[in-house]
Design a protein around this ligand. Structure first.
Ligand SMILES: Nc1ncnc2c1ncn2[C@@H]1O[C@H](COP(=O)(O)OP(=O)(O)OP(=O)(O)O)[C@@H](O)[C@H]1O
Ligand SMILES: CCCC(=O)O
Length: 361
């Protein structure tokens, strides 16, 4: 049986789409959105029509008939905590993403666009491994302030896909391994996968800084700055997410550019580069304690994992814990599509989204 799956991954400046016949990629395309064009919209939700039309146009240009599609999958956005794997998109999920998303994020449009296209075709729309996948254990949930539990927002899609791929490549099952995955992209999140469950993470405000995010910062200094009267709420958020991390030190979010600066003798660039890898290694060390050090492998993935300077600096600090496996880049479209193929092949079940009860369909 051949299933044709459309995968949609809306990012901050692009909407990436791909079409697969089972595992065979028929089409992949990144629809770029110019900053000037996006500035016309006050909210991410308002970009829906424009992005949906872009997707439909690309399908038409590439002779992909809408009625040849078996299912559509969008990158799952900032929902309240959900389980890993697939969810069927329903009205309740759409209402949440349009009116009350946990955070405004382009990925919130993944489900919305998929649902809208699927409705007219009479096929299912899904999300897979949303940013808000939460499999934290109870003990991992406490933050240290009563009433302020930790949040589990991570690059779950790529991280789980790489962990599953690592297991397959090594003739093992995902649920028989303990794996630490470091997703090293524009944002950095680290996760520990214990016997097939992502039981803890180091999120992008708890651990290493990244190209554009601050990571963990000194709480008291942050509070002082918030109440200094010099910044709005929005400006403070931008300081830690968007203008934080490497950008705040060096004015770029491009690690390749940082490495060029280093090669040209820029000592500050070298220090910042080293500090980021040092913090990533510390985060990996922290997660190793979750499984009492019994880690089968440490996986380094995401765009930054293309840098051997980065991966070697991390390796030398963490290889005492376990083997380090470098799986650079991310293939979120493939991860989305393969996840839904497993659902269509009945190897996995899709959950039904309910605000309070998350049940298997
Ligand atoms: N060959 C390379 N060497 C070093 N860094 C690289 C290389 N290729 C990409 N990068 C860096 O990877 C980062 C972007 O990674 P990636 O594309 O995974 O992130 P993203 O998709 O924009 O964000 P996120 O991963 O948070 O969703 C940039 O800092 C970029 O400079
Ligand atoms: C919150 C981490 C996920 C992302 O930024 O895409």
């Amino acid at each position: 049986m051949i299933y044709r799956i459309l995968a949609i991954n809306p990012g901050s400046t692009s909407t990436k789409i791909a079409v697969y016949d089972n595992e065979k990629q028929l089409l992949v395309k990144s629809i770029e959105h110019k900053v000037k064009e996006l500035e016309k919209y006050d909210t991410v939700q308002e970009q829906f029509e424009m992005r949906k039309e872009g997707v439909l146009k690309v399908l038409k240009e590439n002779d992909i008939e809408l009625d040849s599609l078996s299912a559509i999958v969008g990158r799952g956005g900032l929902l309240p905590p959900v389980k890993s794997g697939a969810y069927l998109v329903n009205d309740e999920m759409i209402e949440r993403l349009i009116n009350r998303p946990v955070l405004e994020h382009a990925s919130n449009l993944g489900a919305i666009i998929s649902y809208e296209i699927s409705k007219n075709l009479g096929i299912n729309a899904y999300i897979y491994d949303s940013v808000s996948v939460d499999e934290l254990t109870d003990v991992a949930r406490l933050s240290g302030v009563n009433g302020m539990d930790r949040e589990c927002l991570s690059h779950a899609l790529n991280s789980r896909a790489m962990a599953i791929k690592y297991a397959k490549d090594n003739n093992k099952r995902y649920d028989e391994l303990n794996l630490i995955v470091a997703h090293l992209g524009g944002g950095i999140t680290l996760s520990i996968h214990e016997n097939g469950k992502m039981v803890d993470i180091v999120s992008d405000d708890e651990g290493p800084f990244s190209p554009d995010r601050s990571g963990k910062v000194p709480c008291k200094k942050l509070i002082d700055r918030c109440f200094s009267g010099n910044y709005t709420h929005k400006e403070m958020l931008k300081i830690i997410r968007g203008n934080g991390g490497i950008y705040s030190y060096l004015g770029t979010v491009d690690v390749r550019e940082v490495e060029k600066m280093i090669n040209e003798g820029n000592k500050n660039a070298k220090l910042v580069h080293e500090a980021m890898t040092y913090q990533i290694a510390k985060g990996i060390g922290e997660l190793a304690t979750v499984v009492l050090g019994k880690v089968d492998a440490i996986i380094l993935t995401g765009g930054i994992a293309y840098s051997s300077l980065i991966t070697e600096n991390i390796r030398k600090r963490v290889e005492f814990i376990s083997d380090v496996c470098v799986m650079p880049g991310e293939n979120e479209l493939e991860a989305l599509s393969k996840g839904i193929l497993r659902v269509l092949n009945k190897e996995e079940e899709a959950s039904v989204y309910r605000e309070s009860i998350l049940t298997k369909s």
